[in-house]
Design a protein around this ligand. Structure first.
Ligand code: FMN
Ligand code: SF4
Length: 431
C-alpha cells in the first residue's frame, strides 16, 4: 500500500514546493539530475519501456512504446499533453494526485517532455475541477518563480513551458483526439485514427497524450529504476495502481495497491467489507465503461489480463461496487443516461443508439416494458459495439449488454410484474 504515488501523501505541506523538496521526500531531484547531466532522452524512454508502465487512463497502452513512436526529427514542434479530464463515473484518482501533490505531476512532465523533445506541455483539466485547477495554477506559479519552468530550467539549458488549460465539462474531451481538438479551440470531437497523435497531434505536431497517474509514475521509475517498479504488480501489468472504490463498502476511497491484488482483498480487507445490511451483488471494475461482473467473480486478480479473462476490463480502475439492494435496471438506466447525454453526436450508431437504449431502459424501469425489449436492447448494443467512431460507443454498450445478459431474470421480472422486485424486497426488509 502507498509504495509509489501515495508514499508521502500523509505529510503536511506536500502541496507546496518546499514540502515536495523536503529532504525525506526529495522532489525534483530526479528531473534536476537527468536534465543537468544532459542524459540522452532515449535513456529515459528506455527506462520507461523496461518498467512496463501501462497507461493509467483506461486503455493500458505501454507508455514507453508510445513515447518511442514520436519521430526523432520533425519539422513541427512536439508537444506533451497531460489528460486530466477524468470524467468517467466512478473514477476520482487523478483529482487526488493533483490536489495532494501537484509537483510530482510537474516533475513527471519534466521527464516526459524532455524524453520526447517537447518544449511546450499542457495539462488539460476537467472544467468542473475548479479547486484542482487553482491548486495547479498556484503550484505552477511557485515552480515558475523558482525557474523550474520557462527558459533554462534547473540551469540545464533545456526550455519547457507548461500551460494549465481548463475544459468546459464534456466527457468526450477526455478522448485523446477530441481533447486535442478542444485544446486547439474547436468543438471537442474525436479525430480519425491513424494518424495517431504521437505522429500528428496538436497543431499537426507529434504529441504524446498521457493520463495524470501515468505521468506521476515517471519520477519513481526514472529515479529508482525499472526493477524497483517491477517489484510490484505482475509480469504483464507491473507497478502499483490507484483503485477508486465507490458504492456500499465501509471505507470507499482511493487506494494504491500492487496490480494483481484480488478484488476480494480490495473490498473485504482494504475497504473494510460491505456496509451493514448490504451483500455484494456485482462490480463494475474499470469505471462505468466496462462490462459488469457478478459477485461470483470476486476472487479475480485486478490486473489488465485477469480482468479481461473474467469478461471485463480494468479500464481506469474505478471500482463500482453494487449490493443486493440495488436494482440493476435502474443502475443501468442511470449509466446510459450519462452516455446519451455525453455522446458528441458525430456518428449515427452512438447518437441514435444511446438515445434508444435510454428510452427502452426507462420504460422497463417505469413498468412499461414490453416483451421483446431485451432483445431489442441487445440488438442495439450490437449496433454500437465496434461500429462507433470512437470508444465512447463501446463504453455505452458494454455495461448495458453485460447487465442484460448477466441479470436477465431481473429485467424479465421488471417487464412481467411492472415493478422492481429487488427494490421492493429491500424496502420490505428495511421496515
Ligand atoms: C470517451 C472517452 C473518455 C476518456 N476520458 C479519459 C480521461 O478522462 N482521462 C484519461 O486519461 N483518459 C481518458 N480516455 C482515454 C484517452 O483517450 C487516452 O487513451 C489516454 O489519455 C491515454 O493516456 P494513457 O496512455 O496514459 O492511459 C478517454 C477515452 C474515451 C474514449
Ligand atoms: S461514438 Fe459517440 S462520442 Fe464517439 S464520435 Fe461517435 S457520437 Fe461521438
Amino acid at each position: 500500500m502507498n509504495d509509489i504515488l501515495f508514499k508521502h501523501f500523509h505529510k503536511p505541506g506536500l502541496r507546496a514546493l518546499a514540502g515536495y523538496e523536503a529532504a525525506d521526500v526529495g522532489g525534483y531531484q530526479v528531473a534536476r539530475q537527468m536534465l543537468t547531466s544532459k542524459v540522452a532522452p532515449d535513456e529515459i524512454i528506455e527506462k520507461v519501456k523496461q518498467s512496463g508502465l501501462r497507461g493509467r487512463g483506461g486503455a493500458g497502452f505501454p507508455a514507453g512504446m508510445k513515447w518511442g513512436f514520436v519521430p526523432k526529427v520533425s519539422a513541427d514542434p512536439r508537444y506533451l499533453v497531460v489528460n486530466a479530464d477524468e470524467s468517467e463515473p466512478g473514477t476520482f484518482k487523478d483529482r487526488e494526485l493533483m490536489e495532494k501533490c501537484p509537483h510530482m505531476l510537474f516533475e513527471g512532465i519534466h521527464l516526459a517532455a524532455y524524453a520526447i523533445g517537447a518544449h511546450l506541455a499542457f495539462i488539460y483539466i476537467r472544467g468542473e475541477f475548479v479547486q484542482q485547477a487553482q491548486i495547479l495554477e498556484e503550484a505552477l506559479a511557485e515552480a515558475y518563480a523558482r525557474g523550474y519552468f520557462g527558459r533554462n530550467i534547473f540551469g540545464s539549458g533545456y526550455d519547457l513551458e507548461l500551460v494549465v488549460h481548463r475544459g468546459a465539462g464534456a466527457y468526450i474531451c477526455g478522448e485523446e483526439t477530441a481533447l486535442l481538438d478542444s485544446l486547439e479551440g474547436y468543438r471537442g470531437q474525436p479525430r480519425l485514427k491513424p494518424p495517431f497523435p504521437a505522429v500528428k497531434g496538436l497543431y499537426g505536431g507529434p504529441t504524446v497524450v498521457n493520463n495524470v497517474e501515468t505521468i506521476c509514475c515517471v519520477p519513481f521509475i526514472v529515479g529508482q529504476g525499472p526493477a524497483a517498479f517491477r517489484k510490484f504488480g505482475t509480469e504483464k501489468s507491473p507497478g502499483t495502481k490507484i483503485f477508486s472504490v465507490s458504492g456500499p463498502v465501509k471505507r470507499p476511497g482511493n487506494y494504491e495497491l500492487p496490480l494483481g491484488t484480488s478484488l476480494k482483498t480490495l473490498i473485504y480487507d482494504v475497504c473494510g467489507g460491505m456496509r451493514d445490511g448490504h451483500e455484494l451483488r456485482a462490480v463494475i471494475p474499470g469505471g462505468s465503461s466496462v462490462p459488469v461482473l457478478d459477485a461470483s467473480k470476486v476472487d479475480i486478480a485486478l490486473d489488465f489480463e485477469s480482468v479481461q479473462a473474467a469478461g471485463s476490463m480494468l479500464g481506469s480502475a474505478g471500482v463500482i461496487v453494487m449490493s443486493q439492494r440495488m436494482c440493476m435496471v435502474r443502475a443501468t438506466l442511470n449509466l446510459i443516461r450519462f452516455y446519451r447525454h455525453e455522446s458528441c453526436g458525430k456518428c449515427t450508431p452512438c447518437r441514435e443508439g444511446t438515445y434508444w437504449m435510454e428510452k427502452i431502459l426507462d420504460r422497463i424501469e417505469h413498468g412499461m416494458g414490453q416483451p421483446g425489449d431485451l432483445d431489442l436492447l441487445l440488438d442495439l448494443c450490437g449496433t454500437l459495439l465496434g461500429r462507433s467512431f470512437c470508444a465512447l460507443g463501446d463504453a455505452a454498450a458494454m455495461p448495458v449488454e453485460s447487465s442484460v445478459r448477466t441479470f436477465r431474470e431481473e429485467y424479465e421480472a421488471h417487464i412481467r410484474e411492472k415493478r422492481c422486485v429487488v427494490r421492493d424486497a429491500a424496502l420490505a426488509g428495511s421496515r
